[in-house]
Design a protein around this ligand. Structure first.
Ligand code: GAL
Length: 440
């Protein structure tokens, strides 16, 4: 196979992503309680210490800088900022200001996620995301944190993966609160959409009041490439299209067109969503084969392709082409810039991680060369961290963490990614080294 240099557009941003609960340690939220329930976390671990990033963020950002990262995406832990409803913790707000300053002083652009799966426990006392008032409750916290951080050159992410939260928490029962109810999942998806709109409005209002230019704002969605198990079966094709529509598109279309689209809502306008999407934050990991002969809602899935490599624990198939198709379908439908906010693989086989990143970036370059406006790419994740229901059993880090000593050690993939950043793309030589005969 002959490789060619794949150089990315000028100004393309490279970096990595993480979230508070998965890395900080010392958080107290709905996941803290969830982790205490036997069987919920597959390896029986919990995030009580996680990576101790709360205390070691300077060390982690030193590493990110050394590894060439230009942007870092992280989340604010709502339960730290608002430990009880309407009560604000000034020390924790100051902590996040220091975190942002630590990035800025290292020349790394902060991308701040306001909600990454976790919720304060008091939020559940009045119904959590099922409460019709939940979007407004969330917006109060957003206002507070944005007031504290507006002076910095931040890219804002409102909600991380609303459909993952809605489906894993309310349809498949794998995330708190553990419901299995389709209508509840739709209600939560609607409230998260409204929360995104209100959050974006709060951000804009705060900047305007300060006389500051409007910052860039985006939600972050997770997209799966759904494929019919039997490509010649019209019912399988229909199921794949239905899931693509409901899971990948309905929510983001609502955000972009300022509506609460069916089946998430009744198609009505929702004014706070207007101009709430400067770019689509897009996370992609894998494809999913679906069969009309199986009960998808009961979690029945067709067998996976034994020839494809897999993600540790989560068992996702490595399917780079799906990335291209997802990116193209987002672009063709919405013509809105895209920022690739998460992509990566949990594995202890670091050569697999190298191949994963390279083959996915080849597909990104393919989409860019066909005219898609992609602004940047973030590896999930900077360090190994607490992988939700898989605990510490899936290793997504460019940097390994020894969970006994908490020592950080950059993997070879981190050095490879550094080369990519330095060259603003994949040289033919780099691809040959990792994907050619020498890489196998
Ligand atoms: C995403 C999520 C991250 C991380 C990643 C890998 O869905 O935003 O928190 O866990 O998947 O599973």
């Amino acid at each position: 196979m002959t490789f060619h240099d794949l150089i990315f557009p000028d100004g393309f941003l490279w970096g990595s992503a993480a979230s508070a609960h998965q890395t900080e340690g010392g958080t107290y939220n709905d996941w803290t309680e969830w982790e205490k329930i036997p069987g919920r976390i597959k390896d029986g671990s919990n995030a009580s210490i996680a990576c101790d990033h709360y205390n070691r963020y300077e060390e982690d950002f030193d590493l990110a800088k050394k590894l060439g990262h230009q942007v870092h995406r992280f989340s604010i832990e709502w339960s730290r900022i608002e430990p009880s409803q309407g009560k604000w913790n000034a020390t924790e707000i100051a902590h996040y200001e220091h975190v942002v300053q630590a990035l800025v002083s290292r020349g790394i652009r902060p991308m701040v996620t306001l909600h990454h799966f976790t919720n304060p426990l008091w939020f559940w006392d009045n119904g959590g995301w099922l409460n019709a008032d939940s979007p407004h409750i969330f917006a109060g916290y957003v206002r507070k944190i944005v007031e504290a951080l507006a002076e910095y050159n931040i890219i804002w992410n409102t909600i991380n993966e609303p459909l993952v939260l809605a489906t894993l928490g309310y349809l498949f029962g794998e995330f708190p609160p553990g419901y299995r109810d389709f209508d509840k999942a739709l209600t939560v998806a609607r409230h998260l959409l409204m929360a995104h709109g209100l959050a974006a409005s709060q951000i804009c209002r705060t900047y305007e009041e300060r006389g500051l230019d409007r910052p860039e704002i985006a939600p972050v969605i997770s997209a799966t490439y759904f494929m019919p198990a039997d490509p010649s079966n019209p019912e399988d094709i229909e199921l794949a299209q239905y899931l693509d529509e409901v899971y990948n598109h309905a929510w983001i279309r609502g955000a972009i067109t300022a509506t609460l689209p069916e089946p998430i809502g009744n198609g009505s306008k929702y004014v706070p969503l207007q101009r709430s999407v400067d770019f689509i934050g897009l996370n992609y990991y894998s494809r999913m084969l679906v069969s009309s002969e199986l009960d998808f809602l009961a979690g029945e899935m067709p067998p996976k392709d034994p020839n494809l490599e897999r993600c540790e624990g989560l068992d996702w198939e490595v399917y780079p082409e799906g990335y291209y198709h997802i990116i193209k379908s987002m672009w063709e439908r919405y013509h809105t810039p895209i920022f690739l906010t998460e992509n990566g693989i949990g594995t202890l086989d670091d050569m697999l991680r190298c191949r994963y990143i390279l083959t996915h970036l080849q597909q990104v370059h393919r989409a860019i060369s066909e005219g898609v406006d992609i602004r940047g790419y973030l590896v999930w994740s900077l360090t190994d961290n607490f992988e939700w229901t898989y605990g510490f059993g899936s290793h997504f880090g460019l940097v390994a963490i020894d969970h006994q000593t908490l020592q950080r050690t950059p993997r070879e993939s981190a050095l490879m990614f550094h080369e990519i950043v330095t060259n603003n793309g994949l040289t033919a030589e780099l691809q040959e080294r990792f994907l050619g005969r020498r890489g196998r």
